[in-house]
Design a protein around this ligand. Structure first.
Ligand SMILES: *[C@@H]1O[C@H](CO)[C@@H](O)[C@H](O)[C@H]1NC(C)=O
Ligand SMILES: *[C@@H]1O[C@H](CO)[C@@H](O)[C@H](O)[C@H]1NC(C)=O
Length: 627
């Protein structure tokens, strides 16, 4: 097809010149043929990710033809945004198959249309419409991709207000199945599209809020719509009855219409939404450990969450599980990226829950003190944390094998990076040079560490932040000596981030405890809120009261003990901790909650069984990474 080659020589229809000179960006949308190619990439690769499938493809394309005929399309912020995202995926495919581009070139594809979409959107700031909300959601994700966290953070607020004004948190009518056709009413498809848009905003809000009440603008109880139906029903415009987030059907749906199979008609996105709801509560719990019961008690919040998460995961229907046959099935329907994200999200939440066994790694402020008799429980937490991180690496490697578009979600780079941090941390605390078992584990973990590094490299074509993470994790592995045969994870080698040194000097290290608490102190440095704050010139944080610095040689057990918090904080602020840590690299000027590294707890490792879905072909694939 001639048009294909035309665009191919010009990915994203940017004004890349053969001689490398570029002229001013061309802001006009390309001709209709090229628009259709870009939209095909949008629908194939982006639409199916996460919860972004809110545009009904065939009605959109039908309306587009009318608009193109009437030359009305150049005013559409939504179309500009879709072309911009389509251009990135187009450039990605081109780079994979024809001529390789550096990641920055792929990310820059279509940026002129994103800029136009942004000015159209903000220019009609006071015109609240479903279409503008869709543009805002796409621009939000685009901003994350380009590592423009401030813009993403502000857009998330705009979007919440739009959902309030549009009231898409409520069902449009009681007549879910569209039995009573009324020409004034919205079609069944338009209503499903609004529902999906609302859920997409729900996820955005959860992601920006990270379990901090102050930062969360949407409440679960106010969302009184059903979960998205499955993709086939949506595409075919078939109405169906699903369930609300709480699991119960909508109160006004007649009981006889709620079939027993109504969970079979929900999409992958619906499972993702369900998981995000649990995740919000887990993150909230982990930020309020000072009010929580001791985790080893049978009825502790920890055990309840642990049960709830595992029950949720084990009750996923077969066609949602991460098994080889489902992987190929979902690849066929372009849903492999969404499937991988769902499972990564689950294991990431498990990591977030089990991190209370590794307070030093996560700089938890109100960590539990584990008495000696809970040693076994502590080791169980740490081993489970490690296993969850390794599962993430396995899933990402399996998805990445099918191409970079499968790992293009904006959440994946930090999940992948964190997975490596956790695995390295675990190896450090259990490693015992005289024990063959732990040596064996270290050797067996290396392929997972390496595949994460490779995946981060791959992700840098679709997520700007992944490039920095790739370099940081790559040099950590080099320091570990992966290329040589004398690998031994020693804290000073493994946990000393190569970038830390560069920024250590300029760091604000005022010792003390803040007199007022702020989300800065409880959030992961990679959270959108902290990333956004790091872009602001004025980022005043609550004053700190000074404490007398103490001897830094104290044991971690004493530091974690209740009543030793001040001591803990002053150690933190002397920057005693070292971790495989990008924090300082990304936001060098913030004050961190540094906590001292935990001392080794011995080697509690006896089994490290393969993951249920890991068949031998996967193992041999991982084996390819061993040099
Ligand atoms: C974010 O995007 C806006 C608008 O395109 C731009 O002006 C700003 O410089 C960007 N910020 C960063 C940190 O990239
Ligand atoms: C499943 O539900 C649909 C309507 O949602 C219904 O038409 C179909 O007969 C049901 N199938 C079974 C096996 O109950």
């Amino acid at each position: 097809m001639q048009t294909e080659t035309d665009i191919a020589s010009d990915p994203g229809h940017s004004d890349r010149q053969p001689d490398g000179n570029s002229t001013l960006p061309c802001k006009e949308l390309p001709d209709p043929k090229r628009i259709r190619v870009l939209l095909a990439h949008y629908f194939q690769h982006f639409h199916t990710l996460r919860c972004f499938a809110f545009i009904h493809k065939t009605s959109f394309l039908q309306k587009l033809d009318d608009d193109l005929a009437a030359r009305a399309h150049n005013k559409s912020s939504l179309l500009h945004m879709m072309c911009s995202i389509g251009a990135q995926f187009y450039a990605l495919e081109y780079s994979e198959t024809v001529e390789q581009f550096p990641p920055k070139t792929i990310l820059a594809a279509g940026s002129q249309w994103a800029a136009t979409a942004r000015s159209l959107l903000l220019g009609s700031f006071d015109q609240i419409s479903v279409e503008n909300l869709m543009t805002a959601q796409l621009l939000y994700d685009y901003s994350l991709r380009m590592a423009n966290y401030t813009q993403a953070f502000m857009l998330s607020a705009l979007m919440t207000r739009m959902t309030h004004a549009l009231q898409i948190n409520l069902e449009y009518t009681d007549d879910i199945l569209g039995h009573h056709v009324d020409s004034n009413s919205l079609s069944v498809t338009a209503r499903e599209s609004r529902r999906r848009l609302m859920w997409s905003c729900y996820i955005t809000d959860a992601q920006c809020g990270s379990g901090v009440d102050q930062l969360m603008l949407l409440e679960d109880k106010d969302i009184k719509i059903q979960l998205p139906c499955d993709e086939q029903n949506f595409l075919q415009e078939r109405p169906c009855i699903t369930r609300m987030l709480s699991g119960s059907p909508l109160p006004f749906v007649p009981v006889d219409l709620v079939s027993a199979n109504s969970t079979n008609t929900i999409s992958i996105a619906a499972y993702f939404i369900q998981h995000i709801e649990i995740r919000k509560r887990v993150l909230k719990y982990i930020k309020h450990l000072d009010q929580a019961s001791l985790p080893w008690l049978p009825d502790s919040e920890f055990h309840l969450f642990d049960d709830e998460l595992q029950t949720w995961h084990s009750s996923l229907p077969a066609e949602i599980q991460f098994t080889p046959s489902v992987i190929y099935l979902r690849k066929e329907s372009n849903e492999l990226g969404a499937l991988a994200l769902l499972h990564c999200a689950y294991y990431q939440t498990m990591c977030d829950l089990y991190r209370l066994g590794a307070p030093a790694l996560y700089k938890l402020r109100s960590a539990f003190y584990f008495p000696p008799e809970q040693d076994q429980f502590l080791r169980h937490l740490q081993l489970s944390l490690f296993k969850a991180a390794r599962s993430i690496a396995a899933i990402i490697a399996d998805a990445a094998r099918h191409g970079p578009a499968m790992v293009a979600d904006t959440w994946l780079p930090s999940i992948t990076y964190d997975s490596n941090r956790i695995m390295l941390y675990y190896l450090t605390i259990i490693f015992n040079p005289s024990d063959q078992g732990t040596k064996h584990l270290v050797i067996n973990t290396i392929p997972y560490l390496q595949s994460n590094v490779q995946a981060l490299k791959m992700m840098s074509a679709t997520n700007a932040v992944a490039e920095d993470m790739y370099h940081a994790s790559h040099s950590m592995l080099e320091k570990l000596g992966v290329a040589s045969d004398s690998i031994s994870p020693q804290p000073q080698l493994v946990l000393d981030d190569p970038y830390l040194a560069n920024f250590g000097a300029g760091r604000d290290s005022t010792p003390g405890t803040p007199s007022q608490t702020a989300p800065d102190y409880v959030l992961n440095p990679l959270s959108i809120f902290r990333m956004a704050r790091s872009d602001i010139p004025e980022r005043h944080a609550p004053e700190k009261t000074h404490n007398t610095p103490i001897d830094t040689g104290s044991s971690s057990a004493a530091l974690a003990a209740p009543g030793h918090n001040d001591q803990q904080d002053s150690n933190i602020d002397q920057g005693q901790a070292f971790g495989p840590n990008l924090d300082m690299f990304i936001t060098p000027n913030l004050i961190w909650d540094w906590q001292p590294m935990e001392t080794a707890v011995g080697s509690g490792m006896n089994s490290e069984g393969l993951l249920p879905w890991v068949d031998t072909s996967y193992t041999s694939y991982v084996g390819d990474f061993i040099s």
